[in-house]
Design a protein around this ligand. Structure first.
Ligand SMILES: Cc1ncc(COP(=O)(O)O)c(C=O)c1O
Length: 398
């Protein structure tokens, strides 16, 4: 077994500071939330768990801004994506998968296993085009349409409300991956007609990885109940609904993670959803303005500011630096950031501002980035500090 001291040493940067996770999940987890996991394990068929689960679901309903049913699954975001598709879709049915990034493609891969998946692809880094979505929905008449709200791979926020209107006007079911938007950005699930909306614990909710939650509308329930050849067993949503009558889950849940999520949701309630959304929006904008002011460019090619993600910023790598070098240099300075995936691997790096991230965390990150660029000769000495100044200008309005 690895010595604790070695593990601790690895979790620290060069200065002995703790490594700061500025990755788009998992995110930094506050000690209060970690402490909740170290409490004695409770019995999942007892009243303590029932109370905990009910409070979790009620808190999530406020954050999802929904009246729909909500369930927590003991599996990461992808587990809930597959639960949604697997429960809804029959073999012969069409699923239109709108995709402008890695996670849109993931929906297509999942849907291909359960039904007839049709991909509607857009350039990575651009938001989905609503008129093309309308044309595709009218042409294919899909039973289900999937989309990613906040495309983490490219830092683009997709127009969920407009797409939701189109899907509903065509009597299809709308499945929306809000894995990196709910809890950080404004996602009024009922207003935007998301029949199934999904969140991951390790993103904007600020909890540890391992759980996901999804909301299910009345229309989605009708479709699920009509799907007599539903394949998922572990993720059978009708079983989740039945168990919820007793505020239980069908199988043994990840109890310590539920306790952590409960505490994370308490923190969200204490902060207030509106304040939390404002903080996320401000910090993401601070990162965007900071990197632009030190000569870097943003990866998304968007016409309007509202199409930038409010939780993760994708930045073009400066010439002469690989993403491995960027990540390593930032890590030496105590900050964990990530590179690009698939098509954009080697082209971009990403800084996330999700969960319980603070202005201080953003300053620390920008300062480290300026230091890296200066050391590599990309930033001149008189340009140093411009990023911090830009971030400060945005954050002072918070
Ligand atoms: C938008 C989006 N969808 C889905 C996923 C997959 O979630 P998980 O890794 O929790 O399974 C991620 C993870 O980064 C994501 O950002």
């Amino acid at each position: 077994m690895e010595a604790k001291s070695a593990r601790n040493a690895r979790a620290r940067g060069r200065e002995g500071e703790e490594l700061l996770l500025m990755a788009p999940g998992p995110v930094k987890v506050l000690p209060r939330i970690l402490d909740a996991m170290s409490k004695p394990v409770i019995y999942h068929r007892g009243s303590e768990f029932a109370e905990l689960y009910e409070e979790i679901v009620n808190a999530l309903k406020e954050i999802f801004q929904t009246e729909n049913d909500i369930f927590v699954l003991s599996g990461s975001g992808t587990c809930a994506m597959e639960a949604a598709i697997g429960n809804l879709v029959q073999e012969s049915e069409k699923v239109l998968c709108i995709s402008n990034g890695k996670f849109g493609e993931r929906f297509f891969e999942i849907a291909s296993r359960y039904g007839e998946a049709v991909a509607l692809r857009f350039e990575w880094g651009r938001p989905v085009d609503v008129s093309a979505v309308r044309a595709a929905v009218e042409e294919h008449e899909p039973a289900v349409v999937t989309m990613v709200h906040n495309e983490t791979s490219t830092g683009v926020l997709n127009p969920a409300a407009e797409v939701g209107r189109i899907v509903k006007a065509n009597d299809a079911i709308f499945v929306l991956d809000c894995i990196t938007s709910i809890g950080g950005d404004d996602v009024p699930v009922d207003k935007i007609h998301a029949d199934i909306a999904i969140v991951g614990s390790q993103k904007c909710l600020g909890a540890p990885p391992g759980l996901s939650a999804l909301s299910v509308s009345e229309e989605a329930w009708e479709k699920i109940a009509a799907n007599k050849r539903r394949k998922p067993y572990y993720m059978d949503l009708l079983a989740f609904r039945k168990s919820f009558e007793k505020r239980q889950t069908p199988y043994t849940p990840a109890i310590p993670l539920f306790a952590a999520l409960h505490e994370a949701l308490r923190i969200i309630q204490e902060e207030g959803l509106r304040n939390r959304i404002r903080r996320h929006r401000t910090l993401a904008k601070a990162v965007r303005e900071a990197v632009k002011s030190i000569g870097l460019s943003l990866f998304p090619k968007v016409e309007s500011e509202s199409a930038y993600s409010n939780t993760v910023t994708a930045i073009n790598l400066p010439e002469g630096m690989t993403d491995a070098e960027m990540k390593a240099e930032m890590r030496k300075r105590g900050i964990i950031i990530v590179g690009g995936q698939d098509k954009v691997k080697g082209k971009i790096f990403r800084i996330a501002t999700m969960g319980n991230v603070t202005a201080e965390d953003v300053f620390r990150t920008i300062e480290a980035l300026e230091d890296v660029l200066f050391e590599r000769g990309i930033l001149r000495s008189k340009e140093r500090g411009a990023g911090i100044d830009a971030a400060e200008r945005i954050i002072s309005a918070l």
